[in-house]
Design a protein around this ligand. Structure first.
Ligand code: MN
Ligand code: MG
Length: 653
């Protein structure tokens, strides 16, 4: 009937190696049975332990690795089941390859589904990213699954209550299984699974979903369905919550609803996800309704298995039979990592890949490698960061343009639609401690997917904040702290403060401004206000007029900045109006694929304020010489060699 009917005797009788049974399996009494519920979540198409952007193996990811834990756990326990908690279809170049290049025709297999079939899942729910490529793509992908996929809160047609909805896919499934007790006897058990996705999909994937489906509140939907599942004889009900662990108080339409969901009567255990974190772990210490030590949410056993296959979430249940009913008498939760980070920050793999899982998608892996290495678009300007700290720059400009394009779409239909949108981006690869080769450098012409990691180094996610004109100015004052104060009329002063990381040098597009280097910085390199009256940012204009300090703006940025990274005024976590599910990198890939040819020409929207008779020196990569003549808005010339292989340039202010 299913893999979880294999009996304990079967394993003990196996001749080969000795497999230690989990204590629950070893100690189960005659009327007790041990059930292990394994969870993967947020796989994002990671099957191979491979980073396609970097084009090299990576031990921290891959379902082929997580599958080794699955294999062992199945052997350790009398009864087990394996669930995926959603976000499997999108999120790495293999997913983009299928969606943008190969496509999904009727009968095509999606590689992540192929791999999941190879591992053997009992069920899956949908994550928000399942909607990224549209409903047709989703349904064709799901058609290949050997396991049921469920989601209760997305409907093609809304009825008067959730249970009256015509849902997109099955809202829940009741698995009729046999479970083996401590005496080796099998008994029927009905395990009900019900799936939930953040209703924010309606906003995040508006272009695919509006007019086609509606999404309901997670908790309201659960309250409607769970009694129905009970009536249908479920012995156990497990919520597949592709939703994070957030506030304990339910609010309508909340994104991270796993705590109030766990509180719903009749739900026995909760598998969570979406947060890309681990539960139980200290990440959730001290949250209302959450007990990390016992691995519970509102007293119900719970788990979250990281992301990209990094961990296998695991809930162990000791069930006891009284009459015809099963109840949970003890439980434990954990998340098993596939790798560990050593003290020297190196990574050690803790499990090997399962060869059959790799084999199942080898051809798609090879096709993805070819895809990331070949052109998917063109740039009509070189994308380099050699002058990113001294002039408006094409490598920052492309990030800025793509963010703006994305946030404009996300603001549609919200209360913020119509506010002017600015975009903040910083150079990530700009020499410094990274050395003279540590720059973005993509030639004019073809752009390949693997170039995008060069344009956007970090796996940040997109955010929008709402700020005032004053906060825009102070944001820029904070950025301008990267420069040393210079003395007017003096030659060859050192421009950059080496203690100020380039990723905190945000350029804001959508406004124009100059930086007056003769003024002291308003903030120190850590972001502490040190000169309240200082004004390095001058001639700050919006729409050709001086910026109104009281006007409101949206700034497109990333989760690091919006959440207080770098301590930027207006970006301390309290101004966030949009939390995107998409990485900034995905936004750039989508932008390039949609546009075909991109024009990341810097528009010189910021320059240094003129200081006649004054010059500064700065060091950059030697390849900068190829581009020096093209830099707009600044007078720049070679000035010999810098230290450690850097090239030196002089700027006449
Ligand atoms: Mn995810
Ligand atoms: Mg610009």
């Amino acid at each position: 009937m299913s893999q979880f009917t294999l009996s304990r005797r079967h394993f003990l009788g196996a001749s080969a190696g000795f497999i230690a049974l989990h204590p629950f399996s070893a100690n189960a009494a005659t009327n007790q049975a041990h059930l292990r519920i394994m969870e993967t979540t947020d796989l994002h198409v990671h099957v191979f332990p491979y980073d396609y952007y970097a084009d090299k193996p990576r031990d921290t990811v891959g379902l082929a690795r997580t599958a080794s834990h699955v294999k062992l756990i199945r052997a350790e326990a009398t009864n087990s089941m394996l669930i995926d908690n959603g976000d499997f279809l999108q999120g790495n170049p293999m997913g983009d390859y299928i969606a943008y290049e190969r496509g999904m025709k009727d009968g095509d297999m999606h590689p992540v589904i192929t791999a999941m079939n190879a591992v053997g899942f009992d069920a899956s729910t949908l994550g928000n990213h399942e909607f990224n490529y549209g409903l047709d793509f989703l349904m064709k992908s799901l058609a290949g699954a050997d396991f049921p996929v469920i989601c209760a809160n997305v409907a093609l047609e809304e009825g008067g209550s959730p249970t009256k909805d015509k849902t997109l896919i099955k809202p829940y499934v009741i698995l009729d299984r046999e479970i083996t007790d401590g005496a080796g006897e099998t008994h029927p058990i009905k395990v009900g699974l019900i799936g939930f996705v953040p209703p924010q999909v309606m906003n995040w994937d508006r272009r695919h979903l509006e007019g086609n489906v509606v999404a309901r509140d997670i908790v309201d939907t659960a309250k409607a369905y769970v009694p129905v599942m009970k009536e249908q004889g479920c012995d156990l009900i497990i919520a597949l919550s592709h939703s994070g662990i957030g506030d304990a108080d339910h609010s309508d339409g909340m994104e991270n609803a796993s705590v109030p969901l766990a509180a719903v009567d009749g739900i026995d255990a909760v598998l969570t996800g979406h947060h890309h974190r681990v539960f139980p772990s200290s990440a959730y210490d001290g949250m209302a309704g959450v007990d990390v030590a016992s691995g519970t949410i509102m007293g119900k056993p719970a788990a979250m298995g990281g992301f990209w296959g990094s961990h296998l979430g695991l809930i162990d249940l000791m069930l006891e039979r009284s009459g015809n009913e099963w109840k949970i008498v003890s439980h434990s939760s954990e998340a098993r990592p596939i790798s560990k980070r050593n003290d020297d920050r190196s990574i050690t793999a803790l499990v090997e890949s399962q060869q059959d899982v790799l084999d199942s998608v080898q051809a798609d892996h090879d096709a993805t490698l070819a895809y990331v290495r070949r052109a998917v678009g063109k740039t009509d300007a070189p994308l380099h960061s050699y002058f990113a700290l001294v002039a408006d720059d094409p490598s920052v400009q492309i990030v800025s343009i793509a963010q703006l394009w994305y946030i404009e779409q996300m603001m549609k239909g919200t209360e913020y639609e119509g506010l002017p949108i600015l975009s903040a981006a910083a150079p990530f690869k700009a020499g410094g401690r990274g050395g003279p080769e540590y720059f973005t450098d993509v030639a004019k012409g073809d752009v390949a997917i693997k170039n995008v990691s060069d344009l956007y180094l970090y796996p940040n996610t997109a955010r929008a904040v709402k700020v005032t004109g004053q906060q825009v100015k102070d944001w820029l004052e904070r950025s301008a702290g990267i420069f040393n104060q210079v003395e007017a009329g003096k030659a060859d002063q050192v421009l950059l403060n080496p203690d100020f990381p380039s990723y905190n040098f945000d350029v804001i597009d959508g406004v124009t401004y100059q930086i007056d280097l003769s003024q002291p910085s308003k903030f120190d390199p850590k972001g502490t206000l040190t000169n309240a009256d200082a004004n390095r940012i001058v001639d700050l204009m919006f729409d050709g007029k001086p910026l109104d300090m009281n006007a409101e703006f949206i700034i497109a940025t990333n989760n690091y900045r919006a959440g207080g990274g770098g301590k930027f005024p207006g970006a301390m976590g309290d101004t966030v109006v949009f939390e995107g599910p998409d990485t900034n990198r995905d936004v750039i890939v989508r932008y390039i694929v949609e546009k075909g040819t991109i024009s990341p020409r810097a528009d010189a929207n910021w320059t240094f304020a003129p200081l006649p008779g004054t010059s500064v020196l700065f060091d950059t990569g030697p390849k900068a010489a190829d581009y020096a003549a093209d830099v707009q808005g600044v007078s720049i010339a070679p000035a010999g060699e810098g230290p450690d292989g850097f090239a030196r340039f002089r700027i006449d202010l």
